[in-house]
Write a protein that binds this ligand. Structure first.
Ligand SMILES: [Cu+2]
Length: 166
């Protein structure tokens, strides 16, 4: 492939790629991570979760874990069999389907007494997956960093193309 074709391909990929990777990764609890005595209801309240986004549960491995449960189990902190827990301390959970999702910690009484439980509502995938430009209303700082990185990539590609006069 000629160099100019390579550069053009690279530029196209750099423009198209953001729509694929712009899924948001939500670090549950932000800097507090996944822990006890944190208000996950308040944390989730002003956020919009969409299909394609990811939840990241961060905690010291062994201190907590993550169970995906149903609404009744969530309400009563019913802990499923240990084998099905996520427990790496950096558990990434892709939001694959719409609807309400519930997560609890299954260690000791962390859910019951420590409030270590998260309920979210996952909305359909947004137009950010198909639109030609990243949606301007996305508030996440992670997305802004990603977006600016790609803008830089595009700018550099164009600059190289101009320098090489292709
Ligand atoms: Cu816990």
């Amino acid at each position: 492939m000629a160099l100019n074709q390579l550069l053009i391909t690279f530029a196209i990929v750099a423009v198209v790629l953001p729509q694929v990777v712009l899924a948001t990764e939500f670090v549950v609890g932000d800097n507090s991570g996944w822990t006890i005595n944190f208000n996950y209801t308040a944390w989730a309240k002003d956020k919009e979760f969409h299909v394609g986004d990811k939840l990241v549960f961060k905690y010291p491995a062994g201190k907590h874990n993550v169970f995906k449960v149903n609404g009744a189990e969530f309400k009563d902190c019913v802990i499923p069999p240990v084998g099905v827990a996520q427990n790496t301390g950096n558990d990434i959970i892709p939001l694959a389907a719409e609807g309400e999702k519930w997560y609890i910690c299954g260690i000791a009484k962390h859910c019951e007494s420590g409030g270590q439980k998260l309920a979210i509502n996952v909305l359909p995938a947004t137009e950010k997956w198909t639109a030609p430009a990243p949606a301007p209303t996305i508030p996440s700082s992670a997305k802004e960093i990603l977006t600016s990185r790609y803008q830089l990539l595009v700018a550099v590609t164009v600059a190289i193309a101009m320098i090489l006069n292709v």
